[in-house]
Design a protein around this ligand. Structure first.
Ligand code: YNC
Ligand code: MG
Length: 398
C-alpha cells in the first residue's frame, strides 16, 4: 500500500527474516546516468527553487513555512518551531550545499521544502559518505497531492549528482522499513507550565503541588571541574566522542571541523544560542567527560497564556568512565547519572521547560533515575539505499 516507497531502494516489509545478512547498498548507479534536469513538476503553477539560506530573507521564508506547517503531535497541540538560528546550525554544517536546500514556489510564495546536508555515517564496521535528509514540509493546503514523492525524488537526484548514494532520515510515521526505532522520554523542568499547556497530565493519585516538588532541582551543579566547552577543548572532546561512539552500531563520523560546528556555540554567528555543551576538566587539566543539548522550541497551538515551550534535546555526550579496564558498568551508570543531573540543572538555569531524550546510546542507564518519563512519540530511523540488520536502540555492543 506504499505506492511511492514500494518503488524506492529501501528494504520492504516482509522481505527478509531478521537474520544476519551482508550489509550494503541496494542499488548501484553512476553519476552520468543521473538526469541533470529537475524532476518534472507537472503541477501548475509550481516551480522548483534553490533556497539561498545565506540570504536572510530566504532563510525567513523557510522559517515561516515550517512555523505554520511542520511537524505536529497527533492532537495538534504543539508544532516544532525552528528558529533561523537552529536552521542555520542544522542546514549549514560543514560541506553544506545550496543545491540541497530545495523549495517549491507558487508565484512568490514558498509552499514546500526539503533539505539535506552531507554526513559520514558508520553502520557497524562500515563507513559511508552519505547525507541526512530533514525538513520535508508541504503547505497544509497542498497535502495529499503526491507532492512529497516528487520532493524526495528531486533531492535524491541532487544528492546523487554529487556521487552520494545513501541517506539517513527519521520520522514519526512508519514507512518501509525502519532500521531502528526509539522512544521519546521527557523530563519536566517547569512542571507547572507543562501542566498548563496540556503536555504533562497530573496523575490521578497526585496533586500539582506534589508534582512541582517531585521535579524540583538544586540550584548548583555537583560535578567537580564542570564548565562550558571552549574552543581549546575541541581536540580532546573530538577524540573522546570518537572513542565513545565506537560502542554503538549506527553513528555519525565527525571530523574536527564538524565536531566544532555541532558542539561549540559561536556567539557572533547565531542570534540565539542553539547548542549548549559542557566539559569536565580534572585536576591535571584533562577533559574526562562532556555532554551537550540543543534548544528547539515548540509552538503551543491556540493557548491563551503560553505561546511556546522551550525544550532541551539531549545531544552527544561521552565519559572516560566507559573505558575502565575491566569494564565497570556500575561506575559508568553512576557517572552518567551525575552528569545528567547537572545537565538538568543547567538546562533549568537557561530557562528550558522540558528536557527530552531518546531511548538510545547509554540513556537507559539514567532516564528513570533522572525522572524522565516515556512519551507517546516514537522516532523511526531509516537508511536510503542501504540494507542493514536491525539496530537495537540503546543496546551497546559490549
Ligand atoms: C515522511 N515523513 O508514505 P506511499 S520527517 C517519507 N517521510 O508515499 P503526499 C513520507 N515519506 O506511502 P502529503 C513522509 N510522509 O504512497 C509521507 N510520506 O509510498 C510519503 N507534514 O505523498 C507517504 N514532515 O504528497 C506517501 O503526502 C507519500 O501531502 C504521500 O505530504 C507529506 O523531514 C508531508 O511531518 C510529510 O508537511 C510532506 O504531510 C506533509 O501528506 C507535511 O500525498 C508536516 O509520501 C511535516 C512533516 C516530515 C518530517 C522528514 C524526513 C523526510 C525524509 C524523506 C525521505 C528521504 C529519503 C532519502 C532521499 C535522499 C536519497 C539519497 C541519496
Ligand atoms: Mg501533496
Amino acid at each position: 500500500s506504499y505506492k511511492f516507497w514500494a518503488t524506492q531502494p529501501v528494504p520492504q516489509f516482509g522481505e527478509e527474516k531478521p537474520v544476519i545478512f551482508e550489509e550494503g547498498p541496494l542499488k548501484i548507479q553512476k553519476v552520468e546516468d543521473i538526469p541533470d534536469e529537475p524532476i518534472p513538476l507537472n503541477l501548475a503553477p509550481f516551480r522548483w527553487v534553490t533556497m539561498d539560506l545565506t540570504d536572510e530573507k530566504q532563510m525567513q521564508e523557510v522559517e515561516k513555512l515550517l512555523y505554520g506547517h511542520f511537524v505536529e503531535d497527533d492532537e495538534a497541540m504543539f508544532r516544532f518551531k525552528y528558529s533561523t538560528s537552529i536552521l542555520k546550525w542544522s542546514l549549514m554544517s560543514p560541506g553544506w550545499r545550496k543545491e540541497w536546500h530545495v523549495g517549491i514556489r507558487s508565484g512568490d510564495t514558498l509552499c514546500a521544502f526539503i533539505a539535506a546536508v552531507p554526513t559520514e555515517i558508520r553502520i557497524r564496521d562500515k563507513v559511508i559518505q552519505g547525507s541526512e535528509v530533514n525538513f520535508l514540509c508541504i503547505h497544509k493546503k497542498l497535502r495529499g497531492k503526491r507532492l512529497a514523492p516528487v520532493l524526495i525524488k528531486e533531492i535524491t537526484r541532487r544528492i546523487n549528482r554529487e556521487g552520494i548514494w545513501q541517506a539517513i532520515y527519521t520520522g514519526g510515521i512508519v514507512l518501509p522499513r525502519p532500521v531502528s526505532t526509539c522512544r521519546y522520554y521527557h523530563r519536566a523542568l517547569n512542571w507547572q507550565k507543562l501542566y498548563e499547556v496540556g503536555f504533562s497530565p497530573c496523575p490521578s493519585n497526585s496533586k500539582p503541588a506534589f508534582q512541582v516538588r517531585k521535579y524540583a532541582l538544586p540550584e548548583q551543579t555537583s560535578t567537580k571541574g564542570l564548565r562550558e566547552l571552549q574552543a581549546k577543548d575541541l581536540d580532546a572532546v573530538h577524540s573522546l566522542l570518537e572513542r565513545y561512539l565506537k560502542r554503538f552500531e549506527l553513528t555519525p563520523v565527525w571530523n574536527r571541523e564538524e565536531a566544532e560546528h555541532w558542539l561549540l556555540h559561536k556567539k557572533d554567528s547565531y542570534a540565539e544560542q542553539v547548542v549548549y555543551s559542557y566539559v569536565v576538566e580534572d585536576a591535571s587539566g584533562k577533559i574526562t567527560d562532556f555532554f551537550s543539548f540543543y534548544l528547539l522550541e515548540s509552538t503551543v497551538i491556540k493557548h491563551p497564556k503560553h505561546n511556546s515551550i522551550r525544550a532541551a534535546y539531549m545531544f552527544y555526550y561521552a565519559t572516560e568512565t566507559a573505558f575502565t579496564e575491566p569494564v565497570d558498568k556500575g561506575a559508568l551508570q553512576k557517572r552518567l547519572n551525575d552528569l545528567m543531573a547537572d545537565a538538568l540543572i543547567l538546562a533549568k538555569r537557561h530557562n528550558f521547560d522540558v528536557f527530552n531524550a531518546l531511548s538510545l546510546m547509554d540513556n537507559a542507564l539514567f532516564l528513570e533515575k533522572q525522572k524522565f518519563g516515556p512519551g507517546d512519540g516514537q522516532l523511526h530511523y531509516y537508511l536510503f539505499n542501504y540494507k542493514a540488520n536491525p539496530i537495537h536502540g540503546g543496546v551497546d555492543k559490549k
